[in-house]
Design a protein around this ligand. Structure first.
Ligand SMILES: [Zn+2]
Length: 264
């Protein structure tokens, strides 16, 4: 059976002597693993479809329970991304996250749309890379169903504390500085290891918390349209969302290590 589908290449590897394996993220079927015969040959008509970050209409057929790429046409290759090492590193991390939060045979319309918007934002440098990265990480947490509760301090309910907030990564909540120092004092007084809560705490401020809240609720087309109060707030947001997504997905990403190694 021959068919065609719009999708984005989120992973590509060499396969056999002269072929390529591509993972295409599609709205209808989620991830589709396709074999492109002869795609490493310069004469191949599928070669241009197999590049990472290529958004195309893929023509394929199904045989022996596998998808075989037969042709197609490129919609957007996000060519500009590859001209900048930081942008390339960030885009590589974004598609790896996309691969992590989607699966086969499960629609991925929202994640596909968000990933395309993000690649566009990286290519055109619509916002600082730290902000684009953070937005995608918050989106990924939300899509995976483990968003933190960031409606004020979880312990006292204060929504605008004088002292800053801390994001309690493992418990998915905010704690204000006052409650944190009280809790630490109590734990210190008890001196009982078992009662001490194992936690990873990342400092946040009101601007970073409002930005997180904005991203959670924004329509995809407006999801990058916000400003942080300062460069420090952006840095806090960026650290918090990175710690949050990697701890909740319980894995590290080599693409993230690469991005952190090459970022300014
Ligand atoms: Zn509090």
């Amino acid at each position: 059976m021959r068919a065609s589908c719009d999708g984005l290449v989120i992973r590509e590897t060499e396969y056999g002597e002269n072929d390529r394996l591509v993972t295409v993220l599609t709205a209808e079927h989620g991830q589709m693993l396709m074999i492109a015969k002869g795609a490493r040959s310069l004469k191949s008509k599928t070669m241009s479809l197999c590049r990472l970050f290529t958004y195309a209409n893929f023509e394929y057929y199904e045989k022996n329970g596998r998808y075989w790429l037969s042709g197609g046409s490129v919609n957007d290759s996000f060519f500009g991304i590859s001209s900048d090492i930081q942008g390339f590193a960030l885009a590589s991390y974004v598609v790896q996250l996309a691969s992590e939060i989607t699966g086969e045979e499960a629609g991925a319309e929202r994640t596909l749309r968000m990933t395309l918007n993000t690649l566009y934002a990286i290519e055109k440098r619509l916002k600082p890379f730290a902000q684009i990265k953070s937005v995608y990480e918050i989106f990924a947490s939300e899509e995976s169903g483990f968003s933190p509760d960031i409606d004020g301090c979880d312990m006292c309910g204060d929504e605008k504390p004088e002292s800053d907030f801390w994001l309690d990564i493992m418990n998915g909540r905010l704690v204000c500085g006052k409650c944190l120092s009280q809790r630490n004092a109590t734990a210190e007084a008890i001196k009982n290891e078992e009662l001490r809560i194992q936690s990873i705490l990342v400092p946040m401020d009101i601007s970073a918390v409002s930005a997180w809240e904005y991203v959670r609720r924004a329509e995809l087309k407006r999801i990058f349209s916000f400003e942080l109060a300062s460069a420090e707030s952006l840095e806090r947001l960026a650290k918090a969302s990175e710690a949050y997504i990697t701890n909740h997905l319980e894995r590290s990403f080599e693409t993230l290590e690469f991005y952190n190694a090459v970022k300014e």
